[in-house]
Design a protein around this ligand. Structure first.
Ligand SMILES: Nc1ncnc2c1ncn2[C@@H]1O[C@H](COP(=O)(O)OP(=O)(O)OP(=O)(O)O)[C@@H](O)[C@H]1O
Length: 685
């Protein structure tokens, strides 16, 4: 067996080898088949007379690959039953692979499909294009597009008997997580295969919709269709509490003619559809207009379900209105009145109106299993807020564990998080170590500076969050954990997602509800915060209970820009406490930094790693919107590489060493949608 497959030779079984003839790529009619033949010849170095062998994985290797897809397979059982019924009648085998092309599940319900099983169309075989050459599953996964590979379109001569139609299975973040295929013996009639491709696409859409609804079970999900009488069940959109579109399914993107999912995802629903999604009511069909790529379309929207916070708000409102009808204003007042103003969250909010509102919202969702992401500059009180959330929750008497991803070396984050078994590391503790995740079991894990988490670890964290179990390093048995994770960052995570430095699926997993903590200079309650921090410091010093800030000193403090926010304020007041004589902090007691002009403050800001999102430089070095295009040569280089890669964005991005979304933005920025290229553009990649 070829050694580059990564699978053990002992499992390799070859099938039915014949001598193929020279393959003329110009005879391939379908553009995907043509590109695939070229890849086989040029990239995989498959010579036309090479043997095409099938790799069969061992049962445990297959189990390992099926495990992450187990939930999907059980959730989609009904959909699989439908396609199995059709396949049984028509003599097709149904195959589901992971992204490597390993068949993790197959159904063979007819005599023909049993026969196909014997030929290798069964669980455990590997159908990656790199290993087998042009084939339905492998080429579909490589192109990330539905394809039919009919008879002699297969690169391997020994596969010419087959006809396969496959469609990618797309996760809510737009990345494929596998492929679905139906295959049979090739007959002379291509029409059957066209129908098969249709069936496989529709089934893949239904599976995508199921995964989507599960992933956004706590968000507002809306279905959109062209006809009020036929509500589309697979064209779905998820919108968060701020009315921002956070995900859309492939059928919807195709319906709208989006060339890129970010033509929709990330936009405000109100701006895209001229309607606030909050105003959609379940069961009512609402007519909407959307404008994408200079095309205006009429659509019909149905709200499938509310977000968790809305549902909660609605149920508490209805309870209240039952008690205090007919005056709904009175009900609202009662909600406000019920909030314990001295609760940890209200205490952290001070008198800042924006934060008081957030405190009230957080109070409602804190025990609802909704992940909360805290965003704000350094020193704005993200950890204080996280602790307040923990103290306000049902987990208050359980541990609150913090991990600052920016403060420890990347190489240690994994063992800090997951812990390790006895004797796992040379130099590690002999007894092993319990990781932070396990230590926070039942309580709260606060992941500070989540934007600094290494990308490889993000996948492991996502798995832990999805499955609520960890496997400590060097151990084999998983440990169940009850997790409440609060994440915080001073970085613009969306920007990191765009530049490929932060996983989009993790972003949505950790940001069920976002709290933006304002900088100190933006706060309306500066004097209140100054007083509060001063009082806390006075408690630490004997006979300091009467210390006050003189009015002119207070004016200077309120005018200052505070790049280091409340942490810096604390340091400044500590200094002033040492300098003061008597009970009054005077102008002279303040450090020089607070007299700096705003211009110098920007410089200081860098020292405090103060980086407001609007000034953030993207990781891939892309100029921000509105800035001048960098150079003409960058545009030329992009065009050249895109041409080389036939406008398959995924491949071109890889060649350029940038993420797909960054390349999409550059394509837009330089207006590279020339007509003939636009047609070929790998839009959904
Ligand atoms: N609302 C508040 N009232 C009083 N002190 C506060 C408040 N918020 C924050 N502080 C103080 O400011 C300092 C910084 O707070 P905290 O560590 O929570 O900020 P942060 O945003 O998590 O910072 P970083 O991003 O650098 O981790 C701490 O000393 C904290 O006690």
């Amino acid at each position: 067996m070829s050694s580059n497959t990564g699978y053990s030779d002992k499992n390799a079984k070859s099938v039915n080898i014949q001598e193929p003839e020279e393959r003329d790529t110009d005879t391939a009619t379908d553009k995907y088949i043509k590109s695939s033949w070229e890849r086989c010849r040029d990239q995989y170095k498959m010579t036309p007379d090479a043997n095409v062998e099938l790799v069969s994985l061992s049962e445990s290797e297959v189990r390992q690959r099926r495990e992450p897809m187990e939930k999907l397979l059980s959730d989609s059982e009904e959909v699989f039953d439908k396609i199995r019924t059709v396949s049984k009648q028509s003599g097709y085998a149904v195959l589901i692979t992971n992204t490597e092309g390993v068949v993790v599940k197959s159904y063979a319900d007819s005599n023909i499909s049993h026969d196909l099983e014997q030929k290798g169309l069964r669980q455990g075989t590997l159908w990656s294009e790199k290993t087998v050459g042009t084939n339905g599953l492998g080429t579909c996964l490589t192109e990330c597009k539905p394809v039919t590979v009919f008879a002699e379109e297969h690169y391997g001569f020994n596969l010419h008997n087959f006809s396969c139609s496959a469609a990618p299975l797309i996760s809510p973040d737009g990345t494929p997580f596998g492929a679905l295929d139906i295959s049979t013996y090739a007959s002379g009639n291509r029409l059957y295969q066209a129908l098969a491709l249709n069936l496989v696409c529709e089934t893949a859409d239904e599976i995508e919709a199921i995964v989507f609804k599960n992933a956004y079970a706590h968000q507002r999900v809306i279905s959109l269709s062209f006809s009020p009488l036929r509500p589309e069940t697979t064209a779905l959109i998820a919108v968060n509490d701020s009315d921002t579109i956070i995900a859309a399914t492939t059928p919807l993107l195709l319906t709208l003619g989006c060339r890129d999912r970010y033509e929709l995802v990330g936009r405000k629903f109100q701006e895209a559809f001229s309607h606030n999604s909050e105003h959609l009511e379940s069961s009512d069909v609402v007519e909407l207009y959307v404008r994408i790529n200079a095309k205006s379309l009429k659509l019909f929207a149905t709200l499938l379900h509310h977000s968790a916070s809305e549902t909660q708000a609605k149920s508490s409102q209805s309870t209240l209105s039952k008690r205090s009808e007919p005056n709904s204003l009175a009900a609202k007042t009662e909600v406000a009145g019920n909030q314990a103003e001295d609760s940890p969250l209200f205490n952290a909010a001070g008198k800042e109106p924006l934060l008081l509102k957030q405190a009230s919202r957080c109070q409602r969702i804190v025990n609802k299993g909704i992940s909360i992401l805290l965003q704000g500059e350094t020193g704005t009180g993200k950890e204080v807020w996280a602790r307040a959330l923990h103290q306000s929750s049902e987990r208050a008497d359980k541990p609150f564990i913090t991990l600052n991803c920016a403060a420890i070396p990347e190489s240690l984050i994994e063992s800090e998080l997951f812990g390790y078994g006895a004797g796992t590391f040379t130099g590690g503790l002999k007894t092993g170590k319990v990781g932070k995740i396990q230590a926070s079991n039942g309580g709260t894990l606060f992941l500070d500076e989540i934007g600094d988490m290494p990308i490889e670890l993000q996948a492991s964290l996502l798995r832990v969050l999805a499955e609520s179990e960890i496997i400590p390093l060097g151990e084999v048995n998983p440990v169940k954990v009850s997790l409440n994770v609060i994440c915080a960052t001073h970085r613009d995570l969306k920007e990191l997602v765009s530049s490929g430095d932060f996983r989009e699926d993790l972003f949505y997993r950790i940001s069920g509800f976002q709290v933006a903590l304002p900088s100190l200079r933006e706060r309306e309650d500066q004097p209140v915060i100054i007083e509060k921090v001063l009082r806390a410091l006075c408690l630490d010093e004997e006979n300091a209970e009467n210390v006050q800030v003189a009015p002119e000193a207070l004016k200077v403090l309120c005018r200052y820009q505070w790049p280091g926010n409340i942490r810096q304020l604390k340091n400044v007041l500590q200094y002033a406490m040492c300098m003061r004589e008597g009970d009054l902090i005077q102008l002279d007691d303040l450090p020089d930094e607070v007299f700096a002009e705003p211009a110098t403050i920007e410089h200081q800001a860098d020292q405090f790693s103060y980086a407001p999102p609007s000034r953030m430089v993207s990781m891939a070095g892309v100029a921000e919107e509105g800035t001048e295009p960098q150079t003409l040569s960058e545009k030329e280089e992009l065009e050249q590489v895109l041409e080389q890669h036939r406008w398959v964005v995924t491949r071109a991005a890889k060649a350029l060493g940038i993420s797909r979304s960054t390349l999409h933005r550059k394509i837009k920025k330089y207006n590279l949608f020339i007509d003939e290229a636009a047609g070929q553009l790998d839009s959904m990649s």
